[in-house]
Design a protein around this ligand. Structure first.
Ligand code: N01
Length: 499
């Protein structure tokens, strides 16, 4: 497609992934009048991580009045922090309301995308190849379960199940359950299983700070008010946003918020009466260095006689249980791996090839890098949603995805106006941007002495190191043409940019 005579041309767009960010992007495209898009989704439904995760006790730790799209405010949330299934239903409903089911190819995995010089050739696992002007990678970063490398794991006689691949058909009633991992998932699982099964053994490698909370249900009256007065939903969204902005200050700057949070979590830990158990549960790093776990019941549950916190390291798994470094054997009937995700994969293992045969693996040899979280040099007309260094620590991805969709639509409009055929950020701009991120990283809580899935190969967080509000401001402003290389019409592009 050429720029000449290209007035009001319609781009063909591929969106890979029908989770939160894929839905946000597709709705933004629709609303901006871009109707020629296909969503490729490897699973059977919308919802992404909220479709894949169905383990008992799954509750979102961001209030639902904030963890929702601004274009689809839901008055019907049943409680302050909604369950995974309620969020999944909300996402499916929103997608269908906006007609996205008609544009989605479910059970269709994209395995590769190659830039031909003029457009993208997108290949599915069935071997079909389709051509698109733009590719939007909305694959998220919590979708590849991480299996621990523990000797003997394959020998275990009972089921071994990752939390993100929960099997509701398994009857746990008489089972002694081993849960490996103490992140957000492990703590929620143990909270839900305690009392429902004869025994839960929780294998802890690193203790977590726990932020206490109260999850309350919305009364029928409250829901009716939210239904009748939509402004209430907007007010609640705004209040939550302000609260999270204040909380985020603690993540990216030392100071009062950090001290307050530290005080709160230490006080919460004092609810554990047994000093020995309390000692075992006490982290040796600052609160929020790892992603803060939010729970209304974990400390109560871990003090139950039918719950054991095992802190001696796992040496080996045997057919009937686990042997720990202190020589003890823990008899178990099922092992649940709450061991997290390969959060650095992003859209991999898709094989993505940009200009001059440059592959994504080559571009990311030193770790995932992007320009402003959404684009990469050498990969023209390819956008990421919630890409590297987006602000996703305790911040709702709904808000991030909406802001990034706004930027993508802006580029599509310029393409449609014939300003360019392909656009990518320059390497120089991307290097400068990433140097700024690296320079700011030491000021954040994430580099204060803990291991976490936030950290990349270089030990620095793959997170936006400032307040999320600053990111939204950045991504919603007009891109600076000096940071981009466009083809073929540099002059038309610059003239339109007023530079
Ligand atoms: O995973 P994690 P997660 N032997 O990586 C341990 C989101 N989420 O699934 O700390 C023993 O945080 C590991 O130990 P250590 C949220 O963003 C959100 O819990 O590395 N243990 C750790 O304890 C969250 O942050 C909600 O020493 C091993 C645990 O496994 C993200 O998902 C709910 C081990 C992994 O913790 C991931 O959370 C749930 C081994 N070999 C999840 N390997 C909401 O509420 C790993 N571990 C929105």
């Amino acid at each position: 497609m050429t720029v000449a005579g290209a007035c009001r041309r319609q781009p063909r767009i591929a969106i890979v992934g029908a989770g939160i960010s894929g839905i946000a992007a597709a709705v933004a495209l629709r609303r901006a009048g871009f109707g020629d898009f296909t969503i490729f989704e490897k699973g059977p439904d919308f919802g992404g991580t909220w479709r894949d995760n169905t383990y008992p006790g799954l509750v979102c730790d961001v209030p639902s009045r904030y963890y929702q799209f601004t274009f689809a405010m839901n008055p019907e949330w049943s409680q302050l922090y909604s369950t995974g299934s309620e969020i999944k239903e909300y996402l499916c409903r929103t997608a269908r309301t906006h007609g996205l089911d008609r544009r989605t190819e479910f059970r269709t995995e994209v395995v590769g995308a190659e830039f031909s010089g003029a457009d993208w050739r997108v290949t599915t696992a069935r071997g079909e190849v389709e051509r698109f002007d733009f590719v939007l990678c909305a694959t998220g970063f919590l979708h590849h379960p991480k299996k621990p490398d523990i000797p003997g794991l394959e020998e275990f006689a009972g089921p071994v199940i990752h939390s993100a691949r929960w099997d509701p058909a398994i009857d746990l009633t008489d089972m002694r359950v081993g849960v490996i991992g103490t992140g957000s998932t492990g703590t929620q699982l143990v909270g839900a299983l305690a009392g429902q099964v004869p025994k839960v053994s929780m294998f802890q490698r690193t203790p977590q700070w726990i932020l206490p909370t109260i999850n309350r249900a919305y009364s029928p009256l409250a829901k009716a008010l939210y239904r009748r007065l939509p402004v209430l939903g907007k007010v609640a969204y705004g209040c939550n946003r302000a609260t999270f902005a204040a909380f985020s200050q603690g993540l990216v700057h030392p100071g009062l918020i950090r001290r307050v949070i530290q005080w709160v979590v230490e006080r919460n830990l004092r609810s554990v009466r047994d000093p020995e158990l309390r000692r075992k549960l006490t982290p040796d790093y600052q609160a929020m260095c790892k992603r803060l776990v939010v729970s209304d019941r974990f400390y109560q549950v871990v003090q139950r006689p039918d719950v054991e916190l095992v802190t001696s390291g796992i040496e080996q798994v045997q057919p009937r249980g686990v042997i720990t470094a202190d020589g003890r054997r823990h008899d178990l009937d099922i092992l649940v791996l709450a061991t997290g995700f390969d959060s650095h994969a992003y859209m991999r293992p898709m094989a993505i090839t940009g200009t001059d045969g440059r592959t994504l693996d080559q571009a990311w040899a030193e770790g995932p890098r992007a320009f402003e979280g959404v684009m990469m040099p050498d990969f023209p007309n390819l956008f990421m949603l919630v890409g590297p260094h987006s602000p996703f620590a305790n911040h709702p991805l709904t808000a991030v995805a909406e802001a990034q969709s706004h930027r993508i639509v802006r580029w599509l409009k310029r393409w449609q106006a014939g300003e360019f055929d392909s656009v990518a950020p320059t390497r120089a701009a991307t290097d400068r941007y990433n140097a700024r991120l690296r320079a700011a990283a030491p000021g954040t809580i994430w580099t204060t002495g803990c291991q976490s899935w936030y950290l990349g190969k270089d030990g620095l967080p793959e997170l936006w190191p400032w307040n999320p509000g600053a990111y939204e401001k950045l991504i919603r402003r007009a891109p600076d043409p000096a940071d981009y290389t466009v083809s073929p019409a540099q002059s038309a592009f610059r003239a339109a940019s007023g530079k």
